[in-house]
Design a protein around this ligand. Structure first.
Ligand SMILES: [Zn+2]
Length: 448
């Protein structure tokens, strides 16, 4: 067997590859130890940042103080920081404008560390928006206060090791705001070219389990549309035959989609509301409007399903002689989990003392919503690290979940997660075979 064939055989086997990745060379082990020590040395700063965010929550698009604090730390560590995304993709402009009367995303940030030439680019994604709680009071019920310190801790520690060891590659910390509210900011950022040079993306999300995900999709891809039908008004009693009812078109669309349900895969969700059904019963409605979310666990199936829905809409216009204006309102992709990456992170999580590690659930999950991280993980090999930061069964989006982020369990999860993110990124930078394998797995899953 020649050298290439040997390597092929080694990378062809997941178990072999993991051993390869985890054992590494003595040099790799030494670098990993160094990066873990650096995170440990920054622990006080990182926990302070998380606690500060917990005490100063800001909801989506208003996270100005959070951005100031997080980027201030990065600047102090020698990182170059750019704040705000001033040019967003044309397709998102009207959607953002309608939702928030905004043309830019002021609380996005990008921090880069000038690295060695060559090598891959690894992005650490961090969220920092709080939920809007009772009475409109913001609170960190989704533990996004932990993410900035984790991603920044990992990136800063790793950058110092890369410099000391002359490891080629680049690191970016992307601040991704307003995760809790539509439209999906990470999808806007992706379509606006933010992540175009990124080889792999890493983020953390708090939860009640230390686990990983098996290969496959999770979360739902979603396309949202508004349909405005235009008919012809007329007196509904004296000359109804002169009118064309836009409301009839909406009703036929609902019925058409209901007929479609039976012939759709079980993972399909189609749900709509009528936002305008006409003004008065004695006038044939000239205008009617409806908003729909169409979802599926996998983007390719969803794309096909959306075409079928559009045929139903066309049918509704033909049956009623109306016209329709269709406005996209948002697009989320499903997440894709690359098992090699997931297992690698899980290995380190266990090694660094994450609480109660458990085996993975198979993908896809049977109940799920949609997240803006989907678009990132659908297009770029990505890791959403899961280290237990709240008691088992603790409800998400609750005050208890927020409080857990600054409890002893939450604090220990934060430090473990920063070490895991840094170690995984170090492996991706120093083992081209591993990164190539992950990219290959991702491409295969995306095509499914
Ligand atoms: Zn969240």
């Amino acid at each position: 067997m020649n050298k290439t064939a040997l390597r092929e055989a080694a990378v062809g086997c997941l178990a072999c590859l993991l051993v390869l990745a985890l054992a590494g060379t003595a040099m790799a082990q030494d670098s990993r130890q160094m990066v873990v020590q650096k995170v440990e040395a920054m622990k006080g700063d990182l926990l302070q940042m998380s606690e500060w965010l917990y005490r100063n929550p800001e909801s989506g698009h208003k996270e100005t103080r959070a951005v100031e604090m997080l980027t201030g730390y990065l600047k102090k560590k020698g990182w170059k920081v750019e704040t705000g995304l001033n040019k967003i993709a044309d397709s998102w402009e009207p959607i953002l404008e309608k939702a928030w009367k905004m043309k830019t995303l002021p609380t996005v940030f990008k921090a880069t560390y000038p690295g060695q030439e060559g090598g891959p680019t690894i992005a650490f994604l961090v969220e920092y928006d709080a939920l809007r709680g009772p009475g409109g009071k913001a609170f960190h019920g989704c533990q996004h206060n932990m993410q900035g310190p984790i991603g920044i801790g990992a990136a800063v520690a790793l950058a110092e090791v890369m410099k000391a060891r002359k490891i080629p590659g680049r690191l970016v910390v992307w601040g991704t705001p307003a995760e809790e509210i539509p439209p999906p900011v990470k999808a806007i950022m992706y379509d606006s070219g933010c992540f175009k040079e990124v080889d792999a993306a890493i983020m953390f999300h708090g939860g009640d389990r230390t686990t990983y995900r098996k290969a496959g999709p999770s979360g739902m891809a979603l396309d949202a549309f508004e349909f405005v039908f235009k008919g012809k008004p007329s007196h509904a009693s004296s000359k109804p035959w002169e009118g064309k009812s836009a409301l009839d078109a909406v009703i036929l669309m609902f019925n058409g989609i209901d007929a479609l349900r039976e012939h759709s895969e079980p993972g399909t969700r189609m749900h709509g509301v009528i936002t305008d059904g006409g003004a008065a019963p004695n006038i044939v409605p000239e205008r009617a409007a409806t908003v729909w979310f169409i979802r599926h666990f996998q983007r390719p199936y969803l794309d096909m399903q959306v075409k079928r829905v559009m045929d139903v809409v066309k049918g509704a216009t033909l049956m009623t002689g109306t016209e329709v204006t269709i406005t996209p309102q948002g697009r989320y992709d499903n997440r894709i989990h690359v098992e090699t990456l997931e297992r690698l992170a899980f290995h380190y999580a266990k090694q660094y003392g994450a609480a109660d590690p458990e085996e993975a659930d198979p993908c896809p999950e049977t109940t799920a919503g949609s997240t803006d991280f989907g678009t990132v993980s659908f297009n770029i090999p990505s890791l959403e690290l899961r280290v237990k930061s709240a008691r088992a069964g603790c409800p998400g989006h609750s005050q208890e979940f927020a409080d857990a982020s600054v409890s002893e369990l939450g604090k220990s999860a934060l430090v473990v997660a920063a070490k895991v993110e840094a170690s995984v990124a170090l492996d991706l930078l120093t083992q081209p075979d591993l990164l190539a394998r992950i990219k290959k797995e991702h491409a295969l899953l995306k095509g499914k």
